[in-house]
Design a protein around this ligand. Structure first.
Ligand SMILES: Cc1cc2nc3c(=O)[nH]c(=O)nc-3n(C[C@H](O)[C@H](O)[C@H](O)COP(=O)(O)O)c2cc1C
Length: 168
């Protein structure tokens, strides 16, 4: 069919998503990565997945730690998404540059202040898939807050619109 990566990306960009920061504790240091390839997988047990590029630093960190957090961003957290999508993002400047501050969960996993939801994840299995790896994890705990989400659609950040109501 001769489908190009650009055409694939354009089609996938039509699938509007939320935005998350995947967080890992590295012996006291906080590592974060912006990810929207995140999905619910199973209710029994409670499973989610996140797809991570094999070249991302986070890829090695998830394999090593086998525990991570998924922080669902609120609409005012775009700078945090941009910060953790950068190649050279580091914890030292996260607060000053993007306003990213963290608490620690009982497991020591970094939990981002102000996110809409937090999921505490324990790695269950991995599946190699082309240039990414699918990390499937059991969700051990969640925190949910009020607020509106940050969205990603056609390569741009968006805010949510009005609820669709009424009859057909
Ligand atoms: C909105 C958005 C969504 C992204 N989603 C993913 C994703 O699901 N998986 C992934 O591997 N990279 C994703 N990225 C790219 C990573 O955030 C980026 O490559 C980052 O620099 C990797 O960080 P690390 O090397 O510190 O792990 C996304 C970037 C943006 C802006």
């Amino acid at each position: 069919m001769g489908l190009t990566q650009a055409e694939f990306r354009e089609a996938m960009g039509c699938f509007a998503t939320g935005v998350t920061i995947v967080t890992v504790d590295l012996n006291g240091e906080i590592h974060g990565m912006t990810a929207n390839a995140f999905a619910s997988v199973s209710l029994a047990p409670l499973l989610v997945l996140v797809c991570v590029d094999r070249t991302a630093r986070t890829h090695a960190h998830l394999h090593a730690k086998k525990r991570f957090g998924v922080n669902v961003l609120a609409e005012n957290q775009r700078p945090i998404s941009e910060y953790y999508a950068r190649l050279e993002s580091s914890q030292e400047r996260a607060d000053a540059e993007a306003g990213a501050r963290f608490d620690r969960t009982a497991h020591g996993t970094p939990m981002l202040h102000g996110s809409l939801a937090y999921l505490e994840c324990r790695l269950q299995s991995t599946q190699e898939a082309g240039d990414h790896t699918i990390f499937i994890a059991e969700v051990e705990d969640v925190v949910v807050r009020q607020g509106q989400p940050l969205l990603f659609f056609r390569g741009k950040y968006r805010e949510i619109g009005e609820e669709v109501t009424g009859t057909q």
